[in-house]
Structure formats: structure tokens, C-alpha cells
Design a protein around this ligand. Structure first.
Ligand code: RIB
Length: 311
């Protein structure tokens, strides 16, 4: 049976420009490589990744009653996502992200949250009626919604997975309930703990700090091209990632944490789940855009086979 994952998180339209060099303050540059509008949003990227990887993906979010909102909702339905708990909000536009991608694939993102900011505890309570195997969230939606979802899930003993992006130093982690996994990337780890996870010692110190602030079974720090670091309060392990081209890192973290969640639900094995997620992340950074870069489960299986990866 498919694992059902309820994603309570954001949906955006991404306005994407590729640039050779980020302009300096006050500088104007002409960049003729064009631009694109690509469906994105951390939550939508994860919900789409889950659907493509074989989960029963249920999405709780808010969209504006505008063209972007209509296009996004149609894409989610066509991709097999359960859209019953997406609210079309008359009082705010669909979220928009302005994304600059440099030649090395590195991105810079500014988000206007729009309707995402209006997701409520009632929206979440309604969505919990889908009886999920797991609840999955980012910090790109109101804190009250994240707290409500964690409380509902804890009461029903449903595991909670959090991708800690975007993070700020004052995010009140202490007020969250019990988590199964919290997974920040390098800059989010720095924001939440004050420690840059740039070597094994600092990964351990940062994981330890996170576990002091939030009740979680695992910390999984995403280290980009270096892989991912797992800490369970006693043991720690660095799992290096795999070779592949880096074209655009957008959505790699969203897809990584989604893949980790699904494989962990299927196997109950965090190491196996992180190896699977590393394979998904490697495929995502090799392609352009957010939702446009997400692989299918068949493509991931083929990558794992072709690279002799033992999960
Ligand atoms: O993680 C990438 C995503 O962050 C983008 O798709 C953008 O919409 C922002 O939410």
C-alpha cells in the first residue's frame, strides 16, 4: 500500500533568471538568457516529489484566486496530488519567489508569501482527516499552522518530518512538539544554532544544539555536495552524496527531505532513507528549475542501479 504523506506547506510561482554574475549594489546588467515562470514553493516541490516517487501525496496550502493559483492547482491535480485541502483565498495573491541562478548552479531566492501566510490551524485540522502516515512541513508557512499540525499529529501518534527552511535565528523551535526528523541545510543550521556545519565536529555540535531545542528522534543536516549528516542523540554518521552535474540547486533540499520521509516510512531505516534521498538530490541538481527538476521513482531506481548504490 502507498504511504500517505500530508504536506502542510507553501506553494509559489517561481520567477527564475539565470545570470553570469550577481549585479553589485546600484549596478544594472543586461542578461539575455531569458527568464521563466516555473511552479515552485518548498511545500509544492516536496508534494510533487512525493507523488513522483510513489507516495499518496496530500497537499494542504493556500493559493490566490489568480492565474498563477489556477495553473498551480491544475498542475498538482495532473500530477496525482490530492488537492482537496488546498484553499483558494480571495484575499491574497499566490506566493511568488524571485530566483537568481548563477552559472555554478547556486541560487538566491526571495519569497513573497501571499496566500501562504494565511494557512490556518483550521485548514490543518481539516486536512488531518485524510488520515496520513506522516505529516511533512517547512517553515515557509505560519508558525501557528506548524504548531497545530504537530499537535494534531502527536495526539494521533503520526510521525512529523520537518524540512527547516527557511530558518531564522529567532524561530521558536522549543514550542514544537515531538518530531521524527528535523532536516536543515547548512545555512539553516547556522541560523538555528549559530554553528556552521562545515566539518564533523561542527556538525555534531550543531546537531546537539538542535536536539537541545527541539524534541526529535533524528537530526539530518543537508550538506549540499558533501552529502548529509545523521545524528540520533547517540550515534552520528556522514553519508556522502553521489557524482553528477550541478546545473541548478533549486528544490534539491525540498526533494531530498521528501524522499527521505517516504523511504523512511517504507523501510524504517534512516540510513537507507538518507542514501535514497542523496540519489534524489543528485538528480535534482542536474536539471533546471524547481518542480521541473524532480525525478520519477523509475529514474531514481535506474540511477541507483547504474551507480551500484547499495541502499
Ligand atoms: O526551495 C526552493 C523553493 O524555495 C523555490 O521553489 C521557491 O518558491 C522557494 O519556496
Amino acid at each position: 500500500m502507498k504511504k500517505r504523506v500530508l504536506v502542510v506547506s507553501s506553494a509559489n510561482m517561481d520567477f527564475v533568471m539565470k545570470v553570469r554574475k550577481i549585479p553589485d549594489g546600484g549596478q544594472t546588467v543586461i542578461e539575455k538568457r531569458g527568464y521563466d515562470y516555473i511552479p515552485g514553493g518548498k511545500g509544492a516541490n516536496s508534494a510533487l516529489a512525493l507523488a513522483k516517487l510513489g507516495a499518496d501525496s496530500v497537499f494542504c496550502t493556500r493559493l490566490g484566486c489568480d492565474n498563477h493559483g489556477q495553473k498551480l492547482k491544475a498542475l498538482y491535480s495532473d500530477s496525482g496530488i490530492d488537492t482537496r485541502f488546498i484553499v483558494s483565498d480571495r484575499n491574497a495573491p499566490t506566493g511568488l519567489a524571485s530566483i537568481i541562478v548563477e552559472e555554478n548552479g547556486q541560487n538566491r531566492i526571495i519569497v513573497y508569501p501571499g496566500a501562504n501566510e494565511r494557512i490556518t490551524a483550521e485548514d490543518v485540522e481539516d486536512a488531518m482527516t485524510c488520515l496520513p502516515d506522516a505529516v511533512f512541513m517547512h517553515f515557509e508557512v505560519p508558525f501557528a499552522a506548524v504548531v497545530a499540525a504537530t499537535e494534531f499529529a502527536n495526539k494521533k501518534k503520526i510521525p512529523v518530518f520537518i524540512d527547516a527552511g527557511p530558518a531564522s535565528s529567532d524561530y521558536p523551535l522549543e514550542k514544537l512538539g515531538r518530531l521524527e526528523v528535523i532536516s536543515p541545510n547548512e545555512s539553516e543550521t547556522l541560523a538555528l544554532t549559530g554553528i556552521l556545519p562545515n566539518n564533523a565536529d561542527n556538525c555534531l555540535r550543531a546537531s546537539y544544539e538542535l536536539m537541545k531545542r527541539v524534541d526529535t528522534k533524528y537530526v539530518v543536516i543537508k550538506l549540499g555536495g558533501r552529502g548529509a549528516y545523521i545524528y540520533d542523540g547517540t550515534y552520528a554518521k556522514l553519508l556522502t552524496t553521489y557524482e553528477g552535474p550541478v546545473v541548478d540547486t533549486t528544490a534539491a533540499g525540498d526533494a531530498f527531505t521528501a524522499a527521505l520521509t517516504l523511504e523512511y516510512l517504507r523501510s524504517g531505516d534512516i540510513v537507507r532513507a538518507v542514501k535514497y534521498a542523496n540519489a534524489v538530490g543528485t538528480l535534482v541538481v542536474g536539471r533546471e528549475g524547481a518542480s521541473s527538476s524532480l525525478p520519477t521513482s523509475a529514474q531514481v531506481d535506474e540511477f541507483i542501479r547504474a551507480n551500484g548504490i547499495v541502499l
